[in-house]
Design a protein around this ligand. Sequence first.
Ligand code: AMP
Ligand code: ZN
Length: 438
Amino acid sequence: MQPTACLHKEIELSDRKSLEALQLSRLEKTLRRAASSPFYADRFAECGVEPAEFKSLAQIGDLPFTTKEDLRGEAYPYGFLTVSRDRLVRMHSSSGTTGRATVIFHTKRDLRSWARLMARCMYMVGVRKRDVFQNMVGYGLFTGGLGLHYGAESLGTLVIPSGPGNSKRQVHLLGEFETTVVHAIPSYMLYLGRVAEELGLDPRKDLSLRIALLGAEPHTDAARKRIEQAFNVEAFNSYGLSEMNGPGVAFECPYKNGLHIWEDSYLAEIVDPQTLEPQPVGRSGELVLTTLDREGMPLIRYRTKDLTRFVRGQCPCGRRHIRMERIQGRTDDMIILKGVNIFPLQVENVLLNIPETGNNYQIVLETKADGRDVMRLQVEVDSEHFCEDVGVLKALQKKISVEVRGEILVTPEVELVEPHSLPRSKGKAIRVIDDRIS
Ligand code: AMP
Ligand code: ZN
């Protein structure tokens, strides 16, 4: 297997020793910087952290964590700044729907570093100057749009900043301008294939797409494969969160065997979400990230709430930046039903591996008249497999119920619905509706 092309060869192919030396010097700088913000000045004083005493990466465990609640707390909105407000040039926020959104401020230098990381990700999976890149995600406070936009422009790629939604126009743009690369939320990409078909196009043959960059929401490998098949593209997983800039934190390389976390810019740890103990490579837990290259608003040991694990071994692509598995879910996504812990992605994994199921589903949790809590699964049937034959539908219902039970140990009530009949959200998909009476 051949190493793949790199935009920043020296950093991407750096050996572990040099990479860790770079991390240490950046971490020391970050800590000194952070100590000048009101929030960290207090937090470090409370916890007895002396940035000058920090001499090895192994000491990271001695530093306090930062949480979403901290970002929304007393220090909101400017208490994390290490520069004066006149040095800020951009604000973004998280797309979370509950509570106050977290906000992040960027200096000019921060935006340049972010664009550089994005360009590195896109180059890694084969995006080049000659490509036409259609960016089908939200521009604005959400980081996905502008993040990839500046990355692509800095590669010299033609960008069509189409934004999300308006699907017919989206398909026209894909066709007329011979778009070769798209960026989309996976649930939207799954839907767009059907829109193209309704417009009389075969997305496999009539479009020029070759690469799809998929990010912003948890999705399974089964969803990726469906997208790859529907559009005849190579799809790559793009991970990030607004608190760490946005996309560009971790990205799959052409080997698609985990996402490389860019360790020159982020220090990554996995901890047990309950005990907060560091987890060894291979063990699942919550991803914790520290910014190593951020000027305006550094964050130390930020708890992402995203669950994953580090992948063992070296990637054949030649990069030594550690890999993480695709996100398995979020600590706050976990459903507890009848005492069993369930992640929505476990359900997706079963559904999207059954050819007769369509691309959309919803998990409804509800309380029956007798007080039992149940999971009702609304599943779209694939249009090619949809029929009126009750026997066939009953058999499919049974199959789904048995397979989902095998995965989550709870038997769901399966409700089959017509193709494309379930509601779709504009941004990230809403997969779970919890109507239980608690
Ligand atoms: P935001 O607040 O809009 O920046 O959303 C960030 C969150 O989106 C992350 O913490 C993840 O939970 C989720 N997310 C982003 N990219 C991915 C991805 N590729 N796979 C799974 N979840 C993702
Ligand atoms: Zn790789």
